[in-house]
Ligand binder design. Structure first.
Ligand SMILES: Nc1nc2c(c(=O)[nH]1)N[C@H]1C(S)=C(S)[C@@H](COP(=O)(O)OP(=O)(O)OC[C@H]3O[C@@H](n4cnc5c(N)ncnc54)[C@H](O)[C@@H]3O)O[C@H]1N2
Ligand code: MOO
Length: 409
């Protein structure tokens, strides 16, 4: 009897990381506005202070805070208006005690002034004067020079994923091109005689190919460039030819199906034949995901993964292994989990770590995690789930009310 010698998830991660650090981590320069989802390949330093001038956060009068001490609605302080500063203009006057200047929101505060009084607390008084009915302390409603971004300092670190707000910060600093990591090149291959393209008619005993679409989407979500997808038959020669050519141009070849022990499951043999040093993990102590194969080819610098055919297993193994590794290689922050309490007991799998799909519902201290049960061949277990939690190998299960970490999917 042929039994798989399985690795724990941690062991497989460690081996995978050792292989993955050999992958070329190229960088490229791209336009900031097109960088959403990409990861910074270098620290970003602003050449300038932002803002570069003392800016008002309100419409009102720039004053010397000291002049307003004791001001009240019933006993206002009178100040002389020496100018009105327009947005985008430089004030002409340096304010002296007893003077003020009108400054709009975002306008430059004149030298000498150290606070703003909102227009609501000022009344015109006679010619060229205002009555201030509120005392203000120094710094009130003033954004100091460099308060947002300090010139010469790193304000975005290498490994940061660019979101809309990072694009805003970069544009504020006038940085319109940035270095990002080049995407890893991925080939996705689905194997199985029973599989048909989703647009084709379905014959008896046939299944539509789910994994290609799911793995392609996930790979893209994790910053990869999917350069090729193909549906292949359980045919050793075809599999071998396709993997061989995929290895030449891909950093990662993701196969699904053909990874367990059926007669027609050739994936591990073919990887071992084509790649040197070849397969380093054949089987994970994980439910679902046991029949997972991981290998590496040194000369083409390609990682090869045979993911289980069952769609939930293929997706979860990708997220657990490659989702984490890809982030780690680019120096990104590890994924953040959500805390929840189990809504009911859930058993673990003997001798295996369990990746348990859950729904999140409001309740408990914040969220309740309700297990989504179902075989890993069912795609709806994934569509019904908000995330998953891990049941350690040495635990019989999780009990009602237990606090768990839920990783969103
Ligand atoms: N004797 C044993 N049988 C099985 C074992 C085992 O340990 N011993 N493990 C089971 C587990 S767990 C899984 S997972 C599957 C994995 O098998 P394979 O990776 O070899 O995949 P296939 O046999 O080709 O397919 C399994 C199942 O998934 C469907 N499938 C495959 N690819 C796709 C796809 N791209 N889109 C949609 N569905 C797909 C396929 O039709 C099968 O139903 O093996 C168990 N058996
Ligand atoms: O472990 Mo399989 O990977 O259950 O579906």
């Amino acid at each position: 009897m042929k039994l798989l010698r399985v690795d724990t998830l941690d062991e497989a991660m460690e081996k995978l990381l050792r292989a993955a650090v050999m992958l070329p981590l190229n960088t490229q320069q791209i336009r900031t506005e097109e960088a959403v989802g990409r990861v910074l390949a270098g620290d970003i330093v602003s050449a300038e202070d932002i803002p570069g001038f003392r800016r008002s956060t309100v419409d009102g009068y720039a004053v010397l805070a000291q002049d307003t001490q004791g001001a009240a609605e019933a006993l206002p302080v009178l100040l002389r208006v020496v100018e009105e500063v327009d947005a985008g203009q430089v004030p002409k006057h340096r304010l002296q005690s007893g003077q003020c200047a009108y400054v709009p929101t975002g306008g430059m505060i004149p030298e000498g002034a150290d606070a703003m009084v909102m227009i609501e607390y000022c009344e015109p008084f006679g010619t060229g004067q205002i009555a201030v009915g509120q005392p203000v302390s120094p710094g009130r409603d003033v954004v100091p020079v460099g308060d947002d971004i300090r010139g010469g300092s790193v304000f975005l670190k290498k490994g940061t994923e660019v979101r809309a707000q990072e694009i805003g910060g970069l544009l504020a600093a006038g940085i319109i091109e940035i270095p990002v990591f080049a995407p890893f090149r991925v080939t996705v291959l689905s194997t199985g005689d029973e599989l048909v393209e989703p647009g084709e008619p379905l014959g008896p005993g046939q299944m539509r190919d789910i994994n290609s679409g799911v793995l392609k989407t996930l790979a893209r979500q994790y910053g990869c460039d999917v350069i090729h997808t193909e549906l292949i038959k359980d045919d050793r020669e075809q599999l071998s030819r396709t993997i061989y050519s995929a290895m030449r141009g891909s950093d990662l070849v993701l196969l699904s199906g053909g990874s367990s022990q059926g007669n027609r499951d050739f994936t591990a043999e073919v990887i071992d034949q084509l790649a040197k040093p070849g397969v380093f993990t054949h089987g994970l102590a994980l439910k679902p995901g046991k029949p997972t194969i991981l290998g590496y080819d040194e000369s083409s610098r390609t990682i090869l993964a045979g993911l289980p055919g069952h769609p939930a297993a293929a997706m979860l193994v990708f997220v657990l292994l490659f989702g984490r590794i890809l982030k780690q290689l680019r120096g990104e922050k590890p994924p953040v989990c959500m805390k929840a309490q189990m809504e009911c007991n859930v058993p673990g799998a003997p001798g295996r770590e369990t990746c348990q799909l859950v729904q999140l519902l409001p309740g408990g201290d914040g969220y309740l995690a309700r297990p989504v049960f179902g075989k890993s061949g069912l795609i709806t277990t994934l569509t019904e789930a908000d995330g998953f939690t891990m049941i350690p190998v040495n635990r019989e299960g999780l009990h009602t009310g237990e606090r768990v970490c839920v990783w969103p999917i």
